[in-house]
Design a protein around this ligand. Structure first.
Ligand code: BJW
Ligand code: ZN
Length: 250
């Protein structure tokens, strides 16, 4: 299933970075964005995940996020998330860069997680910037408004046309550049600038491995493509000898 090249790279690596997308959470029961199951009520993600759509019809956009909040709070991490959390204990320098907003990496135990597109657990007022957790009273309204300034409250996520927070982006680029092995897992690789991270890692010398159930926009750049479901493939990666196995060495 894995090449000798990957086994050798991993067993010598100190720095490993994992970049994930919706596919890593698919086996937990969280729908992906694109493809057959990607539509919610016939809307494409581009039609909902943007500020103009929110201003035009905040009720609709909130309905979508509430629907997803319900899903996320009723699912659990899968063996793919747990394998990634375990890898953090095996390498000296290990980072997870995720495009997902579902918090499942953290729930599985990952500590170093860069959330490129925000989090479904946070919301803020577009008028005054105040934060509102999901259990805030205001969030119970179909179109939640701020208790302080009456501004619209929105999910703290990155929509099309919006910038990834600079510090998160810079740390992600740095983790990509440090990586000796860089994994891209369960992403279609069509959304930028996130999708540029594999190339950034490769240019800086990483061995780039893609794990997906089908080829993607990134596959032609991959040093190795592992075709399969992440919840099956990732636990098997843990059986490869790695620096963490060298007990007793100085
Ligand atoms: C499995 C599996 C299993 C299934 N195991 N695998 C033209 C060219 C280039 C760029 C642009 C352009 N026109 C516009 C842009 C910019 C735009 C962009 O990239 N657009 C492209 C789509 C064309 N990008 C932006 O706007 C970004 N900001 C930006 O560029 O700022 C600068 C700027 C400022 C002002 C004006 C213009 C630019 C921001 C992008 C934000 C994206 N946000 C979303 C929503 C986040 C919040 C939320 O979740 O609600 O992020 S969109 C959505 O897509 C979400 C995801 O994180 C993201 C990526 O999706 P992902 O994770 O790859 O999911 P899928 O469904 O696509 O793929 C799932 C994969 O899993 C598939 O490959 C399956 O095969 C696989 N899979 N089961 C393993 N079991
Ligand atoms: Zn406010």
């Amino acid at each position: 299933m894995f090449s000798r090249a990957l086994a050798s790279r991993l067993s010598n690596a100190e720095s490993v970075t994992v970049f994930t997308g919706a596919g890593i959470s698919a086996e937990s029961g969280v729908p992906t964005f694109r493809g057959k199951e990607g539509l919610w009520k016939k809307f494409k993600v581009e039609e909902l995940a943007n500020f103009d759509a929110f201003m035009r019809d905040p009720r609709l956009v909130w309905e979508w996020y509430r629907h997803r909040m319900t899903i996320v709070s009723s699912v659990v991490p899968n063996p793919g998330h747990y394998a990634i959390a375990e890898m953090e204990n095996l390498f000296k320098d290990f980072s997870v860069i995720t495009q997902n907003i579902d918090n499942l990496h953290q729930r599985a135990g990952s500590r170093t997680v860069y959330e490129l597109h925000g989090s479904i657990e946070r919301n803020f007022c577009i008028g005054c910037g105040r934060d509102f957790p999901n259990d805030a009273t205001a969030l119970k309204e179909a179109v939640p408004r701020c208790d302080f300034c009456s501004g619209l409250i929105r999910p703290d996520v990155v929509w099309f046309g919006e910038l990834i927070p600079g510090d998160i982006w810079n740390r992600s680029v740095s983790a990509a550049e440090r990586a000796e092995v860089f994994f891209s897992i369960g992403t279609s690789g069509v959304v930028y600038p996130a999708a540029s991270l594999p190339s950034i890692a490769k240019r800086a010398g990483a061995y780039f491995v893609e794990i997906n159930v089908e080829p993607t926009e990134l596959t032609s750049k991959a040093d190795e493509f592992i075709c399969g479901k992440s919840a099956s493939v990732l636990p098997r990666l843990l059986s490869i000898p790695h620096p963490g196995h060298k007990h007793g060495s100085p």
